[in-house]
Design a protein around this ligand. Structure first.
Ligand code: GLN
Length: 507
């Protein structure tokens, strides 16, 4: 193993366990890359090199003493800044939380710490996870390593850019309407949104509580499965946590990579880029997705078209439900308990301080959503907007249930287009929202969905989405691993975008 920052996390784990590399060596390699390249990429909001090296030293010392360590021990990682971390600045991309150092760890952060992973830093994101380009961050621009004039997707764009640029081996993102899958798609990564309720939300700064899920963003399907297993499982601190065993995913990814899909029934969703529904989709995206479907078929899968008519209504339903829940969740940012407080000079009462803090602390997209959500929930309009949207949500869930009678997984593009130029959609919220067309149905129904790279269009990555029934996340991994292996066999695995494209060398 020579090129640490061009390795998969699974390969790093193997080398660490075999004593071929120390955690300090691996961590230092990533910190060096961050120091060299993050001024250009802008993936991180916070990096504490000393703390990372200290954690790595502790793991190396424990290993030297013969301590029983798990497979992830000593592997570094990055966390989206929406994940609360004890003593480590956490802003959710917002000025209103500037300077806040949380007094506790999110459950997933605590689990990753207990597994011995080394925190490299916290990654940039759209403010409160509202956006598809990371341009709504209150702090900085994040660039796509494949073309630094382009967006890295969002809202987990700091995580996608960090992993794609080799500034972290893998990262955690969160997905409310597509924020793991879409940034993974446009930066050539694997990103999985777990079944709603299967990964703890305790300590994720809430955006839309009935939709938010955390999950892995990685270079390979196996890495995603390993990271997912480490954060999954019941948590009594999250009231919507499902009480079921930690899913077996890495094993499914390994078996999937053998490439036998015989007996698997695959449904291609007509409404997501199919006949009569291709407006707004890049032809190059549709071509790569069709090739991926053909590859699944060549491995024995049985493919058919499946119509899910209510999916056409996912976008308006989501953009009522998510802002409604956000307007309630964001009421806690009042300038009293966390972060920013503006205008407290003795001349103003509490209401004025609160109003000034919110005026200066929230950015324009967050204000737009709070206003929209408050309106949609107001008495007299509640049934017409929020109530209707919830009914649409039920119809979408029913479309999935009907589909599962016929097929094992549903597939589609992850995003209608490749990464666009920075600035192109900032003045057009509806164009920005359109990036979520394909990811929203799985979010609204709470079912798992993975995005796996399926080639390039105009030199930019395209993502293939695989959706499965609730708690059948393993199916997403099996099919994604088969596709990944078949593509690797066809053209060799490109692990990294790199700032300057790099040669292929997974190990
Ligand atoms: N782009 C969507 C939005 O702006 C989804 C964001 C997310 O998944 N956090 O709401």
């Amino acid at each position: 193993m020579t090129d640490v920052t061009n390795s998969s996390a699974a390969d790093l784990s193997t080398a660490l366990q075999a004593g071929e590399l120390s955690s300090v060596e691996v961590t230092r390699a990533y910190l060096d890359r961050i120091a060299a390249d993050d001024d250009t990429i802008g993936a991180y909001l916070h990096v504490d090199a000393d703390a990372a090296l200290k954690a790595a030293e502790d793991i190396d010392a424990a290993r030297a003493k013969g301590a029983e360590l798990g497979p992830l021990a000593g592997v570094p990682l990055a966390l989206k800044d929406v994940v609360v971390t004890e003593g480590v600045p956490t802003t959710s991309g917002s000025k209103i939380l500037e300077g806040w150092r949380p007094p506790y760890d999110a459950t997933l952060a605590a689990r990753l710490k207990a597994a011995g992973t080394v925190l490299l830093g916290k990654t940039n994101m759209d403010e409160f996870a509202m956006g598809s380009s990371t341009e709504n961050s209150a702090y900085k621009v994040t660039r796509n390593p494949w073309d630094t004039d382009r967006i890295p997707g969002g809202s987990s764009g700091g995580s996608s850019a960090a992993v794609a640029a080799g500034l972290a081996p893998w990262a955690i993102g969160t997905d409310t309407g597509g924020s793991i899958r879409q940034p993974a798609a446009v930066t050539g990564l694997v990103g999985h949104k777990p079944t709603y309720g299967s990964v703890s939300r305790y300590g994720l700064i809430a955006f839309s509580s009935s939709l938010d899920q955390a999950g892995p963003m990685t270079r390979t399907v196996l890495d995603a499965a390993l990271l997912h297993e480490a954060i999954a499982g019941h948590d009594p601190l999250d009231s919507t946590s499902i009480d079921s065993p930690v899913p077996v995913l890495a094993e499914c990814a390994r078996r999937g990579a053998e490439g036998d899909l015989s007996g698997l029934k695959v449904g291609v969703v007509t409404e997501l880029g199919g006949d009569g529904h291709s407006e707004g989709y890049d032809p190059g995206v549709l071509a790569r997705v069709a090739e991926a479907v053909a590859l699944l078929e060549s491995m024995g899968a049985e493919v058919r078209q499946v119509s899910c008519p209510a999916f056409d209504l996912a976008l308006p339903a989501y953009y009522l439900i998510a802002p409604s829940e956000a307007s309630s969740n964001l009421a806690r940012f009042d300038g009293v308990r966390f972060g920013l407080r503006v205008g407290e000079d003795g001349s103003r009462d509490l209401d004025e301080v609160m109003a000034l803090t919110r005026e200066q602390g929230f950015g324009p997209e967050v204000k737009r959503r709070i206003i929209l959500g408050t309106y949609a929930l107001s008495s007299g309009y509640y049934e017409a907007y929020y109530g209707q949207a919830q009914k649409v949500r039920t119809l979408i869930t029913r479309d999935f249930t009907t589909a599962w009678d016929e097929v094992d997984v549903l597939v589609s593009p992850t995003s209608p287009t490749v990464a666009w130029n920075i600035g192109d959609r900032v003045d057009d919220p509806v164009a920005m929202y359109a990036a979520d067309l394909c990811t929203l149905p799985a979010s609204l129904a709470g079912v798992p969905a993975i995005s796996v790279p399926c080639g390039l269009s105009d030199g930019l990555p395209v993502g293939f989405q695989i959706m499965a029934p609730a708690l059948a996340d393993d199916r997403c991994y099996r099919v994604a691993a088969a596709l990944e292996a078949a593509q690797d066999a066809a053209r060799g695995h490109v692990l990294l975008a790199g700032i300057a494209p790099k040669e292929n060398s997974p190990s």
